[in-house]
Design a protein around this ligand. Structure first.
Ligand code: TA6
Length: 300
């Protein structure tokens, strides 16, 4: 089931949140950017949001799953990573399905978006949670008379006990652009990519599932704390029609440059981001594009 709640934000802002519950899973989505800001499974938080995030309904939220559209990265026509993550979305409907509880969010073009990007579009973002699985699906529709190019990405911040102990699979053999080393091109040789330094890579043709290891805290709980009935171990990211994967952690030096990120917080998140960003998607008038990701947690 889902319900609309509100909470105080930064500087007197009032946050509008949709809470979606299914068994041991609870998700919260902020209507600002349709940013999923929390997913707990058996009470364990799996999504990172910075303690210094500016929650003023204006700035992009540092953390959660920001929706990046219509552009990834620096953009001559508007803000970094486009406008979808900083606009207010509408929660159209919610309910229960076979895969769990869901809510559907929409964003249409407006004077504000057309001033940056002169295209008529409709975004539909469906969040479904249940059984330790979080499914987020994005549809882009071209509502105009001419084709347009866009990029889209789900900028997922996964909360972890210690980023330096996390490894990411499913990248071996893939070409990548290394944004840390002046956009240098490379080919990933490793079957497990560790997170032990500043990393900012766009991997192309990443169609395999990614396992992100050691995401759970329950393993680290003190003996006295028996609230976790099982030990949460890894998270598996599976994608549909998101051909690229971005792996990012700012590490210590860059973390200090981000005003809305605590200096030590780089230690407790890893971004593994499903996207269509290496090459733009061209959408004909009246056409629709669909893509989705699923995050699944395993427990032992
Ligand atoms: O997805 C990685 C990235 O593009 C990095 O280059 C870094 O800029 C990060 O996104 C965060 O961007 P933001 O605009 O949210 O500060």
């Amino acid at each position: 089931m889902a319900s609309l709640t509100s909470a105080p934000g930064t500087g007197g802002a009032m946050l509008e949140l949709v809470e979606i519950r299914s068994g041991a899973d609870v998700v919260k989505v902020n209507l600002h950017g349709a940013t999923l800001v929390s997913w707990t499974n058996e009470g364990e938080e799996l999504i990172f949001v910075s303690e210094k995030a500016v929650l003023d309904n204006v700035k992009a939220i540092r953390g959660g799953i920001p929706v990046v559209f219509p552009h990834f990265g620096p953009w001559s026509q508007g803000p970094n990573h486009g406008f979808a993550r900083i606009l207010k979305w509408t929660c159209e409907r919610h309910g229960e399905g076979e895969q769990g509880a869901y809510a559907v969010f929409t964003l249409r073009d407006s004077d504000a978006t057309r001033a940056m990007w002169a295209h008529a579009f409709a975004l539909t973002y469906t969040v479904t949670v249940g059984g330790g699985r979080l499914h987020t699906a994005l549809t882009v529709e071209n509502k105009g008379e001419a084709a347009f190019d866009f990029e889209a990405l789900l900028h997922t911040y996964i909360r972890v006990p210690a980023a330096e102990r996390v490894r990411v699979s499913g990248l071996q053999g893939l070409p990548y652009t290394d944004k840390v080393r002046n956009m240098e091109r490379g080919l990933e040789q490793r079957d497990w990519v560790p997170i032990t330094e500043f990393i900012d890579r766009v991997y192309e043709g990443a169609h395999q599932p990614h396992t992100i290891t050691r995401v759970g805290r329950s393993r680290d709980r003190t003996a006295a704390d028996h609230s976790a009935t099982t030990t949460l171990t890894d998270m598996v990211l599976t994608k549909a029609n998101f051909p690229d994967t971005v792996v990012w952690n700012p590490w210590e030096a860059r973390a200090k440059e981000l005003g809305d990120l605590g200096h030590e917080e780089y230690k407790v998140f890893v971004c593994v981001e499903a996207g269509a960003v290496a090459a733009p998607v061209t959408l004909a008038p009246g056409a629709a594009w669909h893509a989705a990701q699923e995050l699944a947690v395993t427990r032992s």
